[in-house]
Design a protein around this ligand. Structure first.
Ligand SMILES: *Cc1c(COP(=O)(O)O)cnc(C)c1O
Length: 566
């Protein structure tokens, strides 16, 4: 380690563990919303000069690159070179997996804030000459492989990550688990906080769970039980070489299966969901735990497109540090806001042409939808009545831009990609539909700013939070969305955007579709075409009432005040 980094890394820090991080456009070490949130958290920490350190796997083979061939998703590796974006650290630690040691090295990536702060991220790497060939691949594929591969990755992330921080001399104030993937880290902490007691002469180990709990903060992201990482003990126990107290493990992680969420819940003093509704749902899912809500946010500078950055810089100084000031957007002239948006539309149009698509009409309303392609996100809801869409488009023309990857093993998601291409063909001549391949943060930035309406149609209550709608709002693009996740908090009908369907447990695809078509036909598109002033007012409503609040500075300040410092 060079001298300049020695003291820097060894400060007191909050350690933020995440299986994925979206750190920049060239590092494919993320798959979607979870990684974008982790990256935005680091960027806010750098902006706010909050001492944090990120911990993740290096994921050399990336997530995957998506091509569309004949309307179907085709996947290829998205390898990257850590040496281009990180420096290699000399530290080495070992974890025991199965019955042998696996050595772990570390890369250091620096996240530089907009105002001078710097936050380190440690990327763990088992691709070392000392390791067996099979073990060298543990940190290659993000969300790849089978359950055994995943357990190994989670051992490296949780146990290896905690040891690496110790080896580097980082003084960890709190451990923040971004989702359950890193929950094995609690086992490493338990091991550190254990002592032998001569209870009736047995020499049994006693674990100080209270000491571990006081150090851990856990954010859960999944509102369904099946969505949580869980493994059979028959699989996990032989791999978990370092921690072999089966009775203790079952008491903490579940009797029947090793549930990573339960493990994290039982060993974290502070537990939170990612939106109010999500916390409510999580409390029902895990009765007996105190689960609060800290609603997600997006990083202001990262997610504002160039034209809106310029606009805000000019009229709302300090918006990058104090995004609450975006409430002042109403003081900016309508024409300037519309001009900034027209520039964003032009940038998206250029990209569509560059990718070989037909240039979108600059005057026609554009609906955007960019999501992970998976059944609960219901990307096909908009197309559930193609005749109705044609009919609406005859009176109020519109065009649609879609994007999203399906996980390679998500058959339903891949089918949806195919179906969307079917619909695009069916609608030819009536509604132009473009699908942009390889949805990533670069495409997302163009998309959320360059469309007019950001559509979201998830099945309730599975959205947890959702963050792409917050990115849209930051660029003056109003949401038209099912009432779920953050939108329940951000939505004011006709002021910040529009609702699809009703609130409540009621969840009926036909009702939602009918509400969606009704809103488009009677409210959203007529406003777009007939009332430029009214439309701009909603754009400004999205900025002043959504973007001022749903940003990662507010989120991180809450984490700091309500969890890290307690
Ligand atoms: C923001 C983002 C997401 C998450 O969006 P949701 O609204 O939560 O679905 C996923 N992928 C990329 C590339 C993003 O930028």
């Amino acid at each position: 380690m060079t001298v300049e980094f020695e003291g820097f890394l060894q400060e007191h820090r909050i350690a933020y563990f995440s299986m994925e991080f979206a750190l920049n456009e060239e590092m494919p070490t993320y798959s979607g919303g979870l990684g974008v949130l982790a990256g935005d958290t680091m960027r806010s920490a750098a902006d706010l000069d909050l001492p944090m350190v990120g911990v993740t796997l290096v994921s050399r083979a990336g997530y995957f690159r998506q091509d569309i061939v004949d309307g179907a998703q085709v996947e290829s590796p998205d390898a990257w070179q850590p040496e281009k974006w990180c420096r290699s650290l000399p530290a080495r630690v070992a974890v025991s997996i199965g019955n042998h040691d696996v050595w772990i090295g570390a890369w250091l990536h620096l996240v530089e804030g907009h105002c001078g702060g710097v936050v380190p991220v440690i990327l763990l790497d088992t691709d070392l000459a000392d390791n067996r060939a099979e073990d060298r691949e543990i940190t290659h594929h993000l969300y790849g492989g089978d359950d055994a591969y995943r357990v190994k990755q989670e051992i490296v992330l949780g146990i290896g990550g905690a040891r690496m921080l110790a080896a580097l001399g980082v003084k960890v104030l709190k451990y923040h688990l971004n989702e359950g993937h890193a929950a094995f880290l609690t086992l490493e902490l338990l091991r550190r906080h254990s002592h032998t007691v001569q209870e009736a002469g047995t020499g049994a180990l006693r674990y100080d769970t209270a000491a571990v709990r006081s150090r851990c903060v856990f954010t859960t992201h999944t509102p369904v039980d099946a969505g949580h990482d869980q493994f059979s003990y028959a699989l996990a126990e032989p791999l978990l070489g370092d921690f072999t107290d089966g009775a203790q493990l079952r008491a903490l992680a579940g009797e029947d299966r090793l549930n990573m969420t339960r493990l994290a819940l039982n060993l974290s003093e502070h537990v939170n969901g990612v939106a109010q509704r999500h916390a409510e749902v999580s409390r029902r899912l895990f009765p007996g735990y105190e689960i609060r809500a800290i609603t997600n946010g997006v990083h202001p500078w990262t997610w504002a497109c160039d034209s809106f950055r310029r606009l805000y810089d000019r009229y709302i100084p300090h918006w990058c540090h104090e995004p609450e000031l975006l409430m002042r957007v109403n003081g900016i002239a309508d024409e300037e806001v519309r001009k900034a948006h027209a520039d964003a539309r032009a940038a998206l149009a250029e990209e569509i042409v560059r990718l070989g698509g037909v240039r979108p009409d600059a005057e026609v309303a554009t609906i955007g939808f960019g999501r992970r392609m998976t059944p609960y996100k219901r990307p096909d809801l908009l197309f559930s009545d193609v005749d109705r869409l044609r009919e609406i488009a005859r009176r109020h023309p519109f065009q649609i831009v879609l994007a999203g990857k399906a996980h390679p093993r998500d058959a339903g998601g891949k089918q949806l990609v195919g179906r969307l291409h079917e619909y695009a063909r069916l609608l030819k001549g009536a509604v132009p539909v473009v699908f942009l391949a390889d949805y990533d943060v670069r495409i997302a930035r163009l998309l959320v700013s360059g469309v007019d309406i950001w559509l979201n149609t998830p099945q309730r209550p599975l959205e947890a939070s959702g963050t792409s709608g917050m990115k849209a709002a930051l660029n003056g693009v109003p949401n038209l969305s099912v009432l779920d996740g953050w939108w329940l908090e951000g939505w004011i009908e006709g002021v910040t955007g529009w609702a699809i369907g009703r609130d409540g447990s009621h969840d009926d695809a036909a009702d939602d579709a009918s509400s969606l078509f009704g809103q488009l036909e009677n409210v959203v598109l007529p406003l777009f075409y007939n009332d430029a002033g009214g439309w701009t007012k909603v754009m400004k409503g999205a900025i002043s009432l959504n973007a001022s609040c749903f940003n990662s500075h507010r989120m991180l300040r809450r984490y700091a005040a309500e969890t890290y410092l307690r």
